[in-house]
Unconditional design. Structure first.
Length: 311
């Protein structure tokens, strides 16, 4: 088994390698003067089972091209099997046609990964589960809920939990976390988005007064939805509000927005490379998914079941 990393999230790849007790395969990934990407694998990978760790996060297109070129280099170097490990899958929110003459970019990216030469994909909390079907190769989509529920039990054992979905579309994800928290009660924030990048909280479905509310989502981008939801929950009498999100995109002024909100804490995983500004925030904390991904990689390499990782 070989583990190789692109430049998008080297700390996570290094942590995965440490868990597996194997070194990262040496590779030269650089850019020419005109910004074209060049990849050279510096070790023999002929006949090897290779795992490429690369989040297609900001800068999305650069990291995506880096992934595709790395896969192509490995394919041409006669790797036996190539697994694209995508802790964060960019373009996932473009998973349908929002109107006429618009693309389904998530499907296009899935096609590119397949055509480049990947034999299988390992991801974490895809924005929509059906994106697994966009790939014409085996795809394992891990859930962040087990990692989050363990953290919640450790940090807030004596609280009256209530899991809250920040919108109707996230109910399935919220229910999954609630089941892991002894079937904690569930609430939903009903909101209407007036225009892109902004959201307005309307009302809360569920009784949250006196409860320790846990907002759960897959992606936190502008953080407007979470901050507005937290304000509405506090106004409805919630004891406190924390948020758990798998992918911390945190674009624009998201960090400042979180720091100035009624959220007690925002917990994100390390699926996306560290943002320098996060270290300056007192409200944002990282959880690592390195052991989760490493264990999945080990089982895929050993041809054993991955399904127990969903329990």
């Amino acid at each position: 088994m070989k583990l190789i990393a692109g430049n998008s999230n080297l700390p996570l790849a290094t942590a995965i390698a440490a868990y597996l007790e194997i070194p990262l395969t040496q590779a030269n990934v650089r850019r020419f003067a005109d910004e074209e990407i060049f990849v050279e694998i510096l070790e023999n990978v002929r006949g090897e089972d290779v795992f490429v760790v690369q989040s297609t996060s900001f800068p999305v297109n650069d990291n995506l091209m880096e992934l595709l070129i790395m896969i192509d280099a490995l394919k041409r170097a006669s790797a036996k099997r190539i697994t694209a490990v995508l802790p964060y899958f960019g373009y996932a929110r473009q998973d349908r046609k929002p109107g006429p003459r618009t693309p389904i970019s998530a499907k296009l990216v899935a096609n590119l990964v397949t055509v480049a030469g990947a034999d299988r994909v390992l991801s974490v909390d895809l924005h929509a589960g059906q994106i697994q079907g966009f790939f014409d190769i085996p795809t394992d989509n891990l859930w962040g809920a087990p990692v989050m529920s363990a953290d919640i039990r450790s940090r807030f054992p004596d609280k009256q939990w209530m899991v809250v979905s920040p919108d109707v579309g996230g109910v399935v994800r919220a229910r999954s976390l609630a089941k892991r928290l002894d079937n904690a009660p569930l609430a939903i924030v009903d909101k209407r988005r007036e225009k892109a990048g902004e959201s307005e909280v309307m009302n809360i479905i569920g009784e949250v007064e006196g409860r320790f509310c846990i907002l759960i989502d897959d992606i936190v981008d502008s953080a407007g939805t979470l901050c507005n939801a937290a304000a509405a929950l506090k106004a409805a009498g919630a004891e406190d509000v924390v948020a758990y999100c798998t992918h911390g995109v945190l674009s624009g002024g998201a960090v400042a927005r979180v720091d100035g909100s009624t959220l007690a804490e925002l917990v994100i995983t390390d699926s996306i490379g560290n943002h320098a500004v996060i270290s300056e925030s007192e409200k944002i904390r990282h959880l690592t998914i390195a052991p989760l991904l490493a264990e999945a990689i080990r089982r895929i390499a050993d041809e054993t079941s991955v399904s127990s990782l969903f329990d």
